[in-house]
Design a protein around this ligand. Structure first.
Ligand SMILES: Cc1ncc(C[n+]2csc(CCOP(=O)(O)OP(=O)(O)O)c2C)c(N)n1
Length: 193
């Protein structure tokens, strides 16, 4: 599966939600599909997208938060899975695109290429729902089910180590940061039914 096809399949589920992505290829692919003020592309702080998503999910329990992670990023902050499982916000969906590679910096193989099973690690850490989805159709279904489940879910999707030709995004980091903060504040101040 190409990650671009996977993202296209789930974009309708993402567009009205709070989304935090890792940097590089995934960020550029999501941005190309259509930026939203509630999308944040976490530059530089590799590994921390899931931690940031956890904080937002806990702070905004009425919102569904989706994290788009990568295998290299998750391996860099593997303890995040224990922390997610410990706090287990039902409004957090953690999607890991496992291309067995640090694609965005040249394609060096990661430990998933030699057998580390991230879905298995997530299960062992106690994440209550863990799915594996390796086709766009299956991923779309897994995302819909996860969002309807109101249960913390990690979905691991194996994808090819192929990214966009350019990672350029016409959105300066600081602009994204302030826009996202304002969007979250507006969501927090929304009257609840
Ligand atoms: C602390 C830190 N180390 C290294 C980098 C450089 N870096 C940026 S993206 C990336 C690879 C991310 O790999 P992965 O999460 O597997 O995503 P992919 O690029 O394969 O989509 C690396 C090593 C960084 N930004 N921060």
């Amino acid at each position: 599966m190409l990650r671009a096809d996977a993202l296209e399949a789930i974009y309708p589920e993402l567009r009205d939600r709070v989304v935090v992505t890792i940097m590089g290829a995934v960020a550029a692919e999501l941005y190309t599909l259509g930026h939203r003020p509630t999308f944040f592309y976490l530059e530089h702080a590799m590994g921390m997208a899931s931690s940031m998503g956890l904080g937002i999910a806990l702070a905004l329990p009425e919102q569904q938060v989706v994290v788009l992670d990568g295998d290299g990023s998750l391996l860099m902050n593997l303890g995040t899975l224990s922390t997610l499982a410990r706090y287990r916000p039902g409004n957090l969906l953690h999607i890991v695109f496992d291309n067995e590679s640090l694609l965005s910096v040249g394609g060096f193989p990661t430990a998933t290429s030699t057998g580390t099973d991230l879905a298995g690690v997530a299960r062992a850490c106690g994440v209550p729902r863990v799915e594996e989805a390796n086709t766009p159709e299956r991923l779309k279904q897994a995302v819909s089910e996860a969002l309807a489940s109101d249960t913390l879910t990690t979905i691991v999707s194996k994808v090819e180590a192929v990214g966009p030709k350019s990672f350029h995004m016409d959105l300066p980091l600081l602009e994204n940061r302030f826009q996202f903060k304002r969007a979250l504040e507006a969501l927090r101040n929304q009257p609840t039914e």
